[in-house]
Structure formats: C-alpha cells, structure tokens
Design a protein around this ligand. Structure first.
Ligand SMILES: C[S@@+](CC[C@H](N)C(=O)[O-])C[C@H]1O[C@@H](n2cnc3c(N)ncnc32)[C@H](O)[C@@H]1O
Length: 260
C-alpha cells in the first residue's frame, strides 16, 4: 500500500508569522487563570504549543499530532515539553484537561457533530476547549482548487479529493452541539487580510495545507500542471495591488467552550 503523504513542516513554516496570529488571538480569549493540564491537538511544528506554554507556565502542556515531520520540528523547538503521535479522530482523555487547544486542525476531521462533544467530554469541570478553523471554502482560493481539479486530465483522480473536504458547520450547529455537551459557548469569526508577495505566494501558502488533498494523489508531472492551472485562476481572482502585493482574504472561525 502507498504510504500516506506526510505534512511538510518547512513549507508550513514559510508563513509562520501569519499562521501564528490566529492561535494568539484565540488564546487571548481563553478564560483560564491557572490550568494544570493543557494539550495542543494538531500541534504541528509547535508554534501554537509554544504560545500555550508561554501563557500558562505553571501548567503541564503537551502536544499531539499525526505527522512525524511536524513532531520532529516541535520536539526540537520545545525540548522540555512532551509531544506524542496520535490521531484526534480517536483521541479522548478520561482524567480531563483544563485546556484543549486545537488551532487549524479540526477542519481536517469528519463528523463535527460527534467530534466536538467528544472533545468537550475530555475537559475538567471549568475546563476550556479552544478551536480555530479556516472557514474559507467559498473564497476564490478554494473555489479555484475545485475548478482546477474538475477541468484537467486529473479530474477522475481528484474526484475524492473534492468530496473528502471536512464540512464546517454553521455557528448555530457548534453552539447547539457544545451547549448540549454542558458547555458555555462563545463563537466569532475574523477575516484576516494577508498582503502576500504575489500570486505565487498564494500557491505556496496553500501547498502545505488546502492544496494537499489535490496534489498528493498526483504524479510529479501532473502536479506541476495542476499547480499551473490553479495559479492561472488565482491570478484572475486576486488583483495586484500598486505595490505588487496581493490581498489574501482568510475568514477564520473561532469557538470557545467552557464546561460547566
Ligand atoms: C495546519 S497545521 C496546524 C499546526 C498548529 N496547530 C498551528 O497552529 O499552526 C494542522 C496539523 O494538524 C495535524 N493533523 C491533521 N489531521 C490530524 C489528525 N487526525 N490527528 C492529529 N493531527 C492531525 C497535521 O499533521 C498538522 O500538523
């Protein structure tokens, strides 16, 4: 069987400043003063874990991720913290965490109606689940992925890629699911506007995340042709600013749930 393509930590970290801003904004709203146990689910290269550990130096903070490459980077970055390999799809914890932090990971997982209450049940009483997910499937950046996938000779190969995208629920869905799990819920959405160096930068940004389900299944030659077709659509959708930059609009959904 073909090995599942791993995440590429170096490619992900090319936009580290921009990618670390949403977890900082999320953490700023976490209403805890002295949590004892914190976990960063989908910790990636440790950028979000570092924020959690710095905000709560008295807590034991751990990271969990399914990618060996990401975990290797995280361990190098934060050698005093514990990082474990694991799958959030099957994760739960009976002892309970005071903070479950999940920045930019749950959008990759199916069945949010089952997942969010399950995560809430792994909180201590008064514990907080803090989630941020991109909510950008209707943006040109993502519509262009589907269009490029449907138009090329790779269409049959990418049929599942389009279908396997996680479904992001409505504000009302998350509020209801988490309230039913005994939580107080706070939800907001922010559109970040990233001034990037040009159209290629948009392609590079998504190569390590949203484009993965499209390019991972393709052989090298088709991958390049697919990316060229995607880039053409991006160039048409994002006008150049007078200084040569492009403005990437990036809506992100934030959810805080505190268990009663
Ligand atoms: C976009 S990165 C987010 C990294 C970091 N949390 C941050 O704030 O920048 C998504 C991470 O989720 C991990 N991931 C994806 N699906 C996962 C799963 N089912 N279980 C655990 N980790 C997963 C990936 O390996 C990747 O490191």
């Amino acid at each position: 069987m073909k090995a599942k393509p791993d995440w590429d930590a170096a490619q992900y970290l090319r936009f580290e400043d921009e990618r670390t801003r949403p977890p900082a904004d999320l953490l700023a709203r976490v209403p805890l003063s002295e949590p004892k146990r914190c976990i960063d689910l989908g910790c990636g290269p440790g950028n979000s874990t570092e924020l959690v550990a710095a905000r709560f130096p008295g807590a034991v903070t751990e990271g969990l991720d399914s990618s060996p490459d990401m975990l290797e980077k995280a361990r190098k970055r934060l050698p005093n913290l514990s990082f474990v390999i694991g799958d959030v799809n099957s994760w739960s914890d009976a002892a309970g965490y005071d903070l479950i932090f999940a920045n930019a990971v749950l959008q990759w997982l199916p069945d949010h109606q089952g997942l969010f209450p399950r995560l809430a049940r792994s909180l201590t009483s008064g514990g907080c689940l803090a989630v941020q997910m991109p909510n950008n499937l209707s943006e040109p950046s993502h519509v262009s992925m589907d269009e490029a996938a449907a138009e090329g000779p790779w269409a049959h190969r990418l049929a599942n890629a389009r279908a396997s995208k996680a479904v992001i629920g409505s504000f009302s869905d998350y509020r209801r699911w988490l309230m039913e799990a005994g939580c107080e819920v706070d939800i907001w959405q922010t559109t970040y506007v990233h001034a990037l160096a040009g159209h290629d930068a948009i392609v590079e940004w998504f190569k390590s995340t949203g484009l993965k389900p499209y390019i991972d299944p393709l052989p090298a030659e088709e991958r390049e042709a697919f990316l060229a077709s995607y880039r053409e659509k991006i160039a048409a959708a994002y006008p150049l600013e007078p200084d040569g930059k492009v403005l990437l609009r990036f809506p992100r959904l934030f959810i805080l749930a505190v268990r009663g």
